[in-house]
Design a protein around this ligand. Structure first.
Ligand code: ADE
Length: 239
């Protein structure tokens, strides 16, 4: 997957290659990241990319020309079929279904805004979709873009160590994850549940599924409302 980012602060994205799954995906060539800085396309000698809002009011607005030129330049490299996403609190709220949907696009271009936002004409003319990572306001789209890149990386075939890990993530199939334990078996009188020690994989799978259902019911009952539970899941929940 190839992901380009339009940002005034490309250095922020170094966090993705410090370590972990995203760094490994870049090293393995599963994920290709590239950056375009609107400041490089500013049409003034001070390289300003923002100006005061028409109609007055606080803050500054990112201008059309540097952003549009950066987007067009990026698409020349990534391909004209690149899906262009703008990160903003006004977008569709990201969840695991949204991440799965976006993971279908081989080429994405993420536009990270700063200041009070970007000129509306860019959204109308140059952006395909607007996405939010939650109902709160960040100082810019960079952290949101990084959140999206990280979540997308988990869907890339071969990016996770264990083949099944993505399908066992919380929210896969709409449920929270089951609890996990590692050595030692007992610490400060807290024991690992016995079922995990008996080597019976069918029992373990059943216990994990029941835990996932129970935790979702306790911690996020809202998730269950939209889920069509199978009769055997219903029975597990009622046990
Ligand atoms: N930019 C600022 N706030 C944001 C949010 N909540 N989601 C995505 N992009 C943003």
């Amino acid at each position: 997957m190839q992901i380009g980012v339009i940002t005034l602060f490309p250095e922020m994205f170094n966090a993705l290659t410090c370590g972990g799954i995203t760094a490994r995906a870049v090293q393995n060539g599963l994920l290709r990241l590239s950056y375009w800085n609107p400041r490089d396309f500013a049409d003034n000698k001070h390289r300003h990319v923002d100006d005061r809002p028409y109609g007055g009011g606080p803050g500054m607005v990112m201008q059309v020309y540097p952003l549009r030129t950066a987007i067009q330049t990026a698409k020349q490299t990534l391909g004209e079929n690149t899906r262009v996403l703008y990160l903003s609190p006004q977008g569709r709220r990201l969840d695991q279904t949204g991440v799965a949907y976006l993971s279908q696009f081989p080429h994405l271009l993420l536009v990270a805004g700063r200041y009070e936002g970007i000129d509306e004409r860019v959204i109308e003319h140059d952006i395909d979709e607007e996405w939010s990572i939650g109902d709160y306001v960040l100082s810019g789209g960079e952290l949101a873009a990084m959140v999206l890149i990280d979540a997308l990386t988990r869907w890339l075939p071969g990016a996770l160590g264990h083949a099944d890990s993505a399908s066992e993530d919380s929210f896969y199939a709409g449920l929270l994850d089951c609890p996990h334990y590692t050595r030692p078996e007992v610490i400060d009188a807290q024991s690992v549940p016995a079922v995990l020690l008996n080597g019976n994989h069918a029992d373990i799978a059943r216990w994990r599924h029941k835990q996932a259902l129970g935790r979702t019911w306790l911690k996020r009952p809202d998730l269950l409302i939209n889920l069509n539970l199978q009769p055997e899941q219903q029975a597990l929940l009622n046990e």
